[in-house]
Design a protein around this ligand. Structure first.
Ligand SMILES: [Zn+2]
Length: 307
């Protein structure tokens, strides 16, 4: 396989969190100016076949993962959530409508998050503990979303990406799993997306478009550095990223680059990754890396200054 190349396969013994944000190719934030949610039903749905492709890659490697499923998808494909759960994976919540949280009202976010969580729980027949926001849109402008997540009964969030990006980015208190305080005072566990600093430059290494953009050896090198430091990393991807034949959307050059770059090699890179590193669900990684509860003084200071 041309994209592989680690001779020292699996020299890291740390379990990392393997995560999939289950949505269709026409729902991504890169296309939000061209395609409104009202238009979604007109597009050919490819999410079930693409998720099967991802499940088969994980099955072949014998790894389990966390699938953060969009409520809108679960509503239309109820069998998909059941199948993911039955194949031994954790079901998490990717919200309902894939809107950027900082563009939503608190009331709408609260209603649709509740709706998505209870739908996923009834389909999976198991409690849903984890949340991943559309486009990592829990930022300084939407910290209030953490209150909603805690009120809805989520135990952990994995929506913060400590990088600069036009759609997302926020500072985090720690690179690995850690306790955070929502503005209303409740606590949650946050497992932020993984970054790695090289010569003063912070590189996002958690997956998605960056994984497709970087040569596989670079991704493997950077993720290996995280495990070398005895830290688990988060890897994320989307089912549409292993579908080079998806219909092309007419959009800006930036959005085309972001969405379509290296779709044809992504499945091979993914096979290499799940071979070269140890992975499991996010819930399992959190169980293996228990967080220190914040001391009262730390809680008070986190409430005064969220970062
Ligand atoms: Zn998404």
């Amino acid at each position: 396989m041309s994209v592989t190349g680690r001779a020292d396969a699996q020299h890291h013994m740390i379990n990392n969190a393997l995560t999939v944000d289950v949505e269709d190719y026409f729902q991504v934030s890169a296309f939000r100016d061209q395609i409104s949610p009202d238009d979604w039903p007109q597009f050919e749905s490819r999410v079930v076949a693409n998720t099967h492709r991802v499940l088969d890659i994980f099955d072949a490697a014998g790894v389990s993962a966390t699938f953060f499923v969009l409520g809108w998808i679960a509503e239309r494909h109820p069998q998909l959530v059941r199948e993911i759960a039955q194949r031994g994976h954790e079901i998490g919540c990717h919200g309902y409508s894939h809107q950027l949280i900082y563009g939503q009202s608190q009331q709408v976010f609260r209603e649709e998050t509740r709706r998505a969580k209870s739908l996923l729980e009834s389909q999976a027949q198991t409690p849903v503990h984890g949340y991943r926001a559309a486009s990592f849109s829990i930022t300084d402008a939407s910290r209030w979303a953490l209150d909603v997540l805690a009120d809805c009964g989520f135990e952990y969030d994995s929506s913060m990406y400590p990088v600069r990006h036009d759609l997302y980015g926020t500072a985090v208190q720690a690179a690995g799993p850690h306790q955070i305080v929502a503005p209303g005072g409740k606590t949650l566990i946050e497992f932020p997306m993984t970054v790695r600093s090289i010569m003063g430059v912070t590189l996002p290494v958690s997956g998605g478009g960056y994984f497709r953009l970087y040569p596989y050896r670079l991704s493997a090198y950077l993720l290996g550095l995280v495990n070398d430091a005895a830290e688990p990393f988060v890897f994320y991807m989307h089912p549409w990223e292993v579908d080079p034949d998806q219909p092309r959307i007419r959009t800006s050059l930036k959005s085309r680059l972001r969405h379509y770059i290296n779709l044809d090699t992504c499945a091979d890179k993914l096979r290499a990754l799940v071979h070269d590193f140890r992975f499991t669900s996010m819930a399992q990684v959190l169980a293996e890396n228990p967080v220190e509860p914040l001391l009262p003084a730390q809680r008070a200071s986190a409430l005064r200054s969220p970062r």
